[in-house]
Design a binder for this molecule. Structure first.
Ligand code: ATR
Length: 290
């Protein structure tokens, strides 16, 4: 006799008690990072990855809360996750997005470690003082870009230049941030002006990742510019390669992934944080020294 189908087939193997959810997700290095932490602490479970489309995310949260200790949420689910947790902390609410969920006493408690991860990665890349620069965020209308802009405004950077291919996506963000800092917005046809007014450039677009050539004019770059790319998939990313070709100090998002991941681990398990083991595993998997 054929056994009846379970009401909800298990989404993850029984020893996988944490995961990263997103779409696409196959490229994610979060399992490498988090599994190194779990192994270092001697936990008998693993961290997996789960492909989840935006339309399914509510149902998936309900299923995972029965078996998981927590999870990370990545593109394109972070904004939706804010409305799906039972409680979101101050950081998640101020960024308008959740990237880390813990299951505590059956409730889903969300936070967002991306802002702090970005901050520490920028410290590492450029040293103290970057936060006093005029910062241009390319793709500020997207999920990652708007969270970065909200974080930077909240920590008091004096001037944010927001650029997006579709400028109308900046309207709400501009109004919110103008209460905290000086904000300028630019459409894609005015990128040259935006670059001219900026000192630190943060790329939050997926430009060039689909193999299409980057059509930005390298004449927009000045020797005093610095550039940070939130993307970490390929090394160098198209935008990092573009900047480095002009001698501009440019870093990709691997260090941000590391720092946000260590803070996510802390949200689930607290101290001691196995940061050294996590970093070593991540950088080895990415094919880089530290
Ligand atoms: P994420 O959550 O990663 O930010 P997203 O919300 O889809 O993902 O946003 C992607 C960002 O990259 C957006 O700012 C998008 O611009 P639009 O808002 O106009 O769509 C930007 N983007 C993607 N491809 C781009 C391209 N070829 N040129 C310019 N911007 C691009």
């Amino acid at each position: 006799m054929i056994p009846p189908m379970p009401e909800h087939p298990a989404l993850l193997p029984p020893d996988v008690r944490l995961a990263v959810l997103g779409d696409p997700i196959a490229h994610s290095l979060s399992p490498v990072l988090q599994n190194a932490g779990l192994a270092a602490r001697g936990f008998p479970f693993r961290y997996g990855r789960l492909q989840v489309a935006e339309a399914e995310v509510g149902q998936v949260f309900q299923q995972l809360r029965r078996t998981c200790l927590g999870w990370n949420v990545t593109l394109p689910l972070k904004r939706a996750a804010l409305n799906l947790v039972d409680e979101a902390d101050h950081e998640a609410r101020r960024l308008g997005a959740v990237n880390t969920v813990a299951v505590r006493d059956g409730g889903l408690i969300g936070t967002n470690t991306d802002g702090r991860g970005l901050h520490l990665a920028l410290d590492e890349a450029f040293g103290a003082g970057w936060e006093r620069k005029r910062i241009l965020i390319l793709g500020a209308g997207g999920g990652a870009g708007s969270a970065a802009a909200r974080y930077l405004a909240a920590i008091g950077v004096p001037c944010l230049l927001l650029a997006n291919r579709t400028p109308k996506k900046l309207l709400g963000l501009e109004a919110d941030l103008a209460r905290h800092t000086h904000v300028e917005t630019y459409g894609w046809q005015h990128l040259e002006t935006a670059f001219a007014g900026a000192e630190l450039i943060v790329n939050a677009t997926s430009v060039g990742l689909n193999g299409a050539p980057l059509d930005w004019d390298s004449g927009w770059l000045r020797p005093d510019h610095t550039l940070f790319d939130l993307v970490y998939r390929a090394e160098p990313t198209p935008v990092v390669a573009w900047a480095r070709a002009r001698g501009i100090p440019a870093h990709d998002g691997l260090a941000m992934l590391f720092h946000q991941g260590v803070r996510a681990f802390s949200w689930w398990f607290g101290d001691p944080l196995p940061a050294v083991a996590m970093r070593r595993a991540l950088y080895a998997a990415a094919g880089r020294g530290q």
